[in-house]
Write a protein that binds this ligand. Sequence first.
Ligand code: SF4
Length: 212
Amino acid sequence: MLSKAKTIEAVERMEKLFPNAHCELNHETPFQLLIATILSAQATDKGVNKVTPKLFAIYPNAHALANSEEEVVIECIQSLGLYRNKAKNIRLCAQQLVEKYNGEVPRTREELVSLAGVGRKTANVVLSVAFGLPAFAVDTHVERVSKRLQICKQSASVLEVEETLCKKLPKNKWGKAHHWMIFFGRYHCTARSPKCQGCPLLDLCAYGQKEV
Ligand code: SF4
């Protein structure tokens, strides 16, 4: 297992490779980030960014989406997988925001995960990206990179990956490290063909050393 010091070293090297890593879901408000993140389940950020301009032009806030017609929402997002389910969830989520939170996005994980379509990862993205609060969202890239580098156990659940990262990385790095790891996983340590040859993390990575 990679030690705490080496884990910090690893993410710092990812930062050097991707210093401008950021949230790639286009949004202007916490509400729009919340909806875009719900829509991103089993879809690419690019795919979500194709549908949200039209969706947010018609429904820019929770009040508008709460009063939407399902068929119009479906029409906006039907290029995404699971679009019927997602249409139901984002409308219900908007209605819950209006009923319980006056149309504002709440700032605690407990409140966020009580909303339709919102799981722990989505809640963590909103806390971290929209509100700058300490939270570590673990997506498929973060999980794969953490396991290849043996930051966590191969058998770790998503929650265990999150807990391990939170233990090994200082709190003030969580928000940024999430983006560095996602960019690193999306563009360098990819699922099918990781660029192990010449990888700046090779000396830290048992998986990569076996590959080259
Ligand atoms: Fe990923 Fe390969 Fe680099 Fe290891 S050496 S971090 S597997 S790209």
